[in-house]
Design a protein around this ligand. Structure first.
Ligand code: OGA
Ligand code: MN
Length: 281
């Protein structure tokens, strides 16, 4: 199936979310009408895939900035050639595959920030022969599938997102500097997407507990909600090809990396930029 957006060739990738946009070279600036169509398709399909791209880091920054304000991730990238583009990889300090794959838990990027990322743009540079997928779960569909009673209750809940506590889940202790940089943050559990006006669940690995309620209760509820929200019928699994550029909407998705490849043998390298978002409401 192909959908005629004004000028754009957009082909859904799954029944639940995701679409491929065909025939655009992202090294070039987008015409304003095309850019609007891309953004509309992004809001509608939540994940857009552009195949066979080959963007330099500067070109990826230029592509990203057509849709808003680039987020900076300087701290983790000091000393790299272009600190505004984060390299996601399984390589160790020696440049060889380390066996480790990051971001394997369901999350939405920087949800512990006051203004979590609007979008993440990930460009596949080197991929394993197969596997190394990224999975996405549709948080509109997960919300819509709740009972009316659950919706009414959860609509009023606020959640504490915490870098410190999500690091503890991984057996790591956040440093005092990290905690000072990312103090616990309260966000509504159900947010209204600022572009579509639709309600969706906002949670993931940094979501710790329900504000003002016993910690254990909130944690158990969040775990149950995540299990609900990431059932196979809410999930699209992206099987990468080198050259893919994915742009996803962090406001209404959870995502995670899958380590379904031999990460001690094959390199997996992607370039990442993010767009700044707004406070969830
Ligand atoms: C990210 C991320 C998942 C992956 O870049 O934010 O979660 O599959 N990546 O590498
Ligand atoms: Mn992520």
């Amino acid at each position: 199936m192909s959908l005629a957006m004004e000028k754009l060739d957009v082909r859904p990738l799954s029944p639940v979310l995701g679409a491929e946009v065909v025939g655009i070279d992202l090294t070039q600036p987008l015409e304003p009408t095309i850019r609007r169509d891309v953004y509309d398709a992004f809001c509608r399909f939540q994940v857009l895939c552009f195949r066979d791209q080959r963007l330099s880091k500067d070109q990826q920054i230029a592509f990203t900035e057509q849709f808003g304000t680039l987020e900076r991730h300087i701290a983790r990238n000091r000393g790299t050639d272009n600190p505004l583009v984060h390299t996601v990889s399984n390589l160790g300090a020696d440049g060889k595959p380390s066996g480790k794959v990051g971001s394997q838990e369901w999350h939405t990027d920087k949800s512990f920030r006051p203004e979590p990322s609007l979008a993440t743009i990930l460009h596949a540079v080197t991929m394993p022969p197969e596997g190394g997928d990224t999975c996405f779960a549709n948080m509109y569909a997960a919300y819509d599938a709740l009972s009316d009673a659950e919706k009414a209750e959860l609509d009023r809940v606020r959640v504490i997102h915490s870098w410190e506590l999500s690091q503890q889940k991984h057996g790591r202790t956040a440093t005092p500097e990290e905690i000072a940089d990312a103090p616990p943050m309260s966000h509504p559990l159900v947010r209204v997407h600022p572009d579509t006006g639709r309600k969706c669940l906002f949670m993931g690995v940094h979501a710790s507990h329900f504000e003002g309620r016993p910690m254990a209760e909130g944690r158990a509820r969040l775990a149950a909600l995540e299990e609900h929200a990431t059932q196979p019928h809410f999930v699209y699994r992206h099987k990468w090809r080198a050259g893919d550029l994915l742009m996803w909407d962090n406001r209404c998705l959870l995502h995670r990396a899958d380590s379904n490849f031999d990460a001690a043998r094959y390199p997996r390298v992607l370039h990442r930029t993010c767009l700044r978002g707004t406070a969830p409401a």
